[in-house]
Write a protein that binds this ligand. Structure first.
Ligand code: PBG
Ligand code: ZN
Length: 340
């Protein structure tokens, strides 16, 4: 058979940009993006995070500016991480339940200035506890381990209280990220009992104990003072367990599920897409962002193309929503009609 006798020639549909656009299977849109923001007390503050070029800790007034720019770019939602002053951190993370805590103030101020911007609050205790773990501690029942460990069930009640406090401040959605067993049910019950049954829960259902969170912990000042998070976050080697975690959260009433991190876990995202019908979010985490920025700063990659390729990969794998620090840059590229 000579070349000209080939029946199938996939290249026919790749010959120019018009036909490529016509047969493109997935398209990223600004409406797919959620922009994460780190909120600190004070005024006029933009503290750049060294390991995340382009990202800064923001005081509430600056956060309103940044959030408004994102909204003007067509990004529908932000997710907030509150970072209280060190003196306001304690063993139970009480600032997370304080009606005048940093995140409650941020939610109120942002919703007041930008009522149509959808505000999600990350719901976890690691930014609020003085030990940096994602819940309260108890003496470890196991001998020869760290003296203390996270007390799952005591943390559940505190998560419910924080969720209600964010809802009272006007949040649109809560996103529990601490990987406590039963967290979705506990938060759902607490919200429902306080007439917040309209507040949806985006569960970080499948969250791995990942080295890719390194830069985030600088930004959120949430590195644990002892041990690590491997007794609550998942082992990166596990796939079936992700489906179990997802099923448990669905059974407890989660409205959406998240997979985190993203790029190294696209297989898990695809698994969930095939096995469940809830909308799915993926977190393009800090370490993934930092690697792109670092390589781009060296001139080693075409930054814009890599950003779009990564974000499109999330869509292709099955994500409906993408939490990403690239959100404003990506939305701007889309607005400009960037095609790579
Ligand atoms: C808090 C939380 C973390 C991230 C989101 N929520 C860090 C962690 O679990 O240590 C990571 C996000 C990122 O790396 O961008 N539980
Ligand atoms: Zn946490």
């Amino acid at each position: 058979m000579t070349d000209s006798a080939l029946l199938h020639r996939p290249r026919r549909l790749r010959q120019n940009s018009a036909i490529r656009r016509m047969v493109r299977e997935h398209a990223l849109q600004p409406a797919d993006l959620v922009h994460p923001l780190f909120i600190v007390p004070g005024q006029g503050i933009r503290n750049p995070v060294p390991s995340m070029p382009g990202v800064a800790q923001l005081s509430i007034d600056e956060a309103i500016r940044v959030a408004s720019q994102s909204q003007n770019l067509g990004i529908p939602a932000i997710i907030l991480f509150g970072i209280p002053e060190v003196k306001d951190k304690d063993p139970s993370g009480s600032d997370a339940r304080n009606p005048d805590g940093i995140i409650q103030q941020a939610i109120r101020a942002i919703k007041k200035s930008l009522p149509d911007l959808y505000v999600i609050a990350d719901l976890c205790y690691c930014e609020y506890t003085d030990h940096g773990h994602c819940g309260v501690l108890r003496n470890n029942p196991q001998p020869f381990q760290n003296e203390q460990e996270v007390d799952n069930d005591a943390t559940l009640a505190l998560l419910g209280a924080a969720a209600c406090s964010y809802a009272a401040a006007g949040v649109d959605m809560v996103a529990p990220s601490g990987m406590m067993d039963g967290m979705v049910a506990a938060i759902r019950n607490a919200l429902d009992q306080q007439s917040f049954s309209h507040i949806p829960i985006l569960s970080y259902a499948v969250k791995y104990a990942s080295a890719y969170y390194g830069p985030f912990r600088d930004a959120a000042e949430s590195t644990p003072t002892f041990g690590d998070r491997r007794s609550y976050q998942m082992d990166p080697a596990n796939r079936r367990e992700a489906l179990r975690e997802a099923s448990l959260d669905i059974a407890q009433g989660a409205d959406m599920l998240m997979v985190k991190p993203g790029l190294a876990y696209l297989d898990i995202l695809r698994d969930l897409r095939e096995r469940c019908d809830l909308p799915l979010a993926v977190y393009n985490v800090s370490g993934e962002y930092a690697m792109v920025k670092a390589a781009a700063a060296h001139g080693w990659i075409d930054e814009k193309r890599v950003i779009m390729e990564n974000l499109t990969a999330f869509k292709r794998a099955g994500a409906d929503l993408i939490l990403t620090y690239h959100a404003p840059e990506a939305a701007r590229l889309l607005q400009e009609g960037y095609l790579g």
